[in-house]
Design a binder for this molecule. Structure first.
Ligand SMILES: [Zn+2]
Length: 168
């Protein structure tokens, strides 16, 4: 599996996880007429955002995931404050949140390791390419590749060596 495949597999599993998590929230508040409408609207809004995530950059994606974690934390707090909801349910949600945070940390590390963002300022990668080069050694022709990585901040790496510095 390539790093990109691992990356997108992670994103897919997180999105599936989030959808499952929010449908549990919906079930939890089913008997709360006053809040269900608000939550329904929020869930719809979130569904729309998750769909639009696929076209976003890895950096925007981690920001969006962080925001979702914050929203989920707020909802756990609200569930805690609701005396009619079992503490077991709240604990379950908190455990799920823990898993979600671990996944986000893993994803962030993966984005960093894969070179998808500038390690100095976090700008997104705009260009990545392997350019073949040919040279002669005696009577043999040698073929090699040079890896070019360009970031939105202007940073340019050639085989991991910095050729242009980060402008931020
Ligand atoms: Zn940079």
């Amino acid at each position: 599996m390539t790093t990109d495949t691992i990356f997108y597999t992670q994103i897919t599993s997180i999105i599936v996880f989030l959808l499952a998590l929010f449908s549990i929230y919906r079930l939890l508040v089913e008997n709360k007429d006053s809040v269900i409408q608000v939550l329904k609207e929020r869930i719809q809004d979130r569904d729309d955002k998750i769909i639009s995530l696929e076209s976003q950059t890895p950096n925007a994606l981690t920001n969006a995931l962080s925001l979702r974690i914050k929203i989920a934390i707020d909802e756990v707090e609200r569930l805690k404050a609701d005396k009619n909801i079992q503490m077991d349910e709240v604990k379950l949600k908190q455990n799920e949140l823990g898993v979600l945070k671990e996944r986000l940390n893993f994803l962030s590390a993966l984005i960093q390791e894969a070179g998808l963002i500038c390690e100095k300022c976090g700008a997104t990668r705009t260009h990545h390419d392997f350019v073949p080069i040919y040279s002669n050694s005696g009577d043999r022709e040698i073929e090699a590749e040079i890896e070019y990585t360009q970031y939105a901040c202007g940073r340019l790496l050639q085989d991991g060596e910095e050729k242009e510095t980060c402008s931020n």
